[in-house]
Design a protein around this ligand. Structure first.
Ligand SMILES: Cc1ncc(COP(=O)(O)O)c(C=O)c1O
Length: 406
């Protein structure tokens, strides 16, 4: 009998569609293509020497731990390092508030696993991080969307959404993926207050908070929530589940991230993680600890900021120079992406086919919109390519747009 795999797959896999965009992005792997598509860090500034030295030290001194299974919550010295960093940055928490995950992407999936019943609604920005939608679609959720402007979620729209009793609200207040937009302090406070008023948990996803090139740092939602509750010392017991990652401050290849949340939520995430992978790679956790324990990452982040700041500026200048004036774009103060909006009626996914003929790529914005729309938008990454390549690629893209835009 000819096996019919499709008939065996679970109901929930119906929502796991491979996107047409992913198929297009596969073409960007051709070496001649300049891709502004992925969200990749600049490989030339990976701290190769520090990682190499850490590996040697680990194998010489801690191989019994590094090559062994570990606890699901993570390697304690690394967790403590992250507690110290959070406290230094103004969020009071302790070891029971922290767990390590295999990338923030795993944290998003585990949160789906512990929170979402089929048919539950999640309140999200639109556009929002595609990877979160992919993780949660598999748990058969639906979405309510909140309207935003250049300062973040609009409070009235947020309140309207919260009244509908979503399972949680997902927010990216710093240099959002995909738009690059950050929430002002007022808007952050509003999110915290309103979520508290309606008893809806917040998931705050913050991979880019340390990558600010302009302006001053603004407290995270977790910080504001703990302030609002008067929890300036000890354990965090508020309403926010905060995610961050080593992907953009060390290297994404080690697949290492962390969650800060009230202990009750941490325990439930840990139970879910046991069924997923038992523990995050112990070896990689020791690498992050060895590399980070004496403050190297704070120094390294300064290098990353300098390099990406320059690349962002080069891309912004190139946009001015090469893009038709009917296109608008964001001016992010940090992060990895900016977001361009073409005149209504243009389809960025269709234009991508023309762009690929000219060996340049981006991500069409439609798929970041959980309820559809945004076909006339595109996400551009400025961290991966060097300035010369950015200029060349933006020149190509500008020519494509000038020829095919209507
Ligand atoms: C907003 C957001 N969340 C989560 C992730 C996943 O990060 P990680 O590499 O830690 O899995 C990314 C990666 O780009 C992201 O942009």
């Amino acid at each position: 009998m000819e096996p019919n795999w499709n008939s065996h797959f679970a109901q929930r896999t119906q929502r796991m569609k491979g996107s047409a965009i992913r198929e297009l992005l596969k073409l960007t792997e051709r070496p001649e293509v300049i891709s502004f598509g992925g969200g990749m860090p600049a490989p030339e500034i990976f701290p190769v020497k520090q990682v190499g030295e850490a590996c040697e030290r680990i194998l010489a001194n801690y191989s019994d731990k590094a090559l062994q299974y570990g606890t699901t919550e993570g390697y304690n010295p690394l967790r403590q390092m992250l507690v110290n960093d959070a406290v230094k940055n103004g969020l009071s928490c302790d070891l029971d508030n922290i767990m390590i995950t295999s990338g923030s992407q795993q944290a998003l999936d585990l949160l789906g696993k512990i929170f979402i019943n089929p048919g539950d609604h999640i309140l999200v920005e639109t556009p929002t991080y595609l990877g979160a939608l992919q993780a949660w679609n598999a748990y058969e959720c639906e979405y309510y969307t909140v309207k935003s402007d250049e300062h973040g979620m609009l409070p009235d729209s947020l309140e309207e959404g919260l009244k509908k009793n979503p399972k949680f609200v997902y927010v990216l207040p710093n240099f959002q993926n995909p738009t690059g937009i950050s929430f002002t302090l007022e808007r952050r406070k509003k999110v915290v207050e309103l979520a508290d008023k309606y008893g809806v948990p917040i998931i705050e996803d913050d991979p880019y908070g340390k990558l600010r090139y302009e302006g001053v740092d603004i407290p995270t939602l977790a910080q504001l929530d703990s302030e609002m509750r008067g929890q300036s010392k000890g354990q965090y017991n508020g309403n926010v589940i905060y995610l961050s990652t080593f992907s953009k401050i060390l290297a994404p290849g080690i697949r290492l991230a962390w969650v800060i949340a009230p202990p009750e939520a941490i325990s439930k995430i840990a139970q879910a993680k046991q069924g997923a992978d038992l523990n995050t790679s112990t070896f990689n956790q020791l690498i992050a600890y060895e590399v980070g324990k004496d403050g190297f990452l704070d120094e390294h982040v300064k290098v990353i900021r300098k390099v990406y700041n320059e690349r962002r500026d080069v891309m912004l200048d190139a946009l001015e120079e090469h893009f038709p004036n009917s296109i608008h774009w964001t001016h992010p103060d940090g992060g990895l992406f900016l977001w361009a909006t073409l005149p209504e009626g243009n389809d960025a996914a269709e234009l991508m086919k023309e762009a690929l003929k000219e060996n340049v790529a981006y991500v069409p914005g439609g798929s970041f919109h959980p309820l559809g729309g945004g076909e006339n938008t595109m996400r551009l990454n400025f961290s991966f390519s060097n300035p010369q390549t950015i200029n060349e690629g933006m020149g190509r893209l500008g020519r494509v747009l000038k020829t095919h835009l209507h």
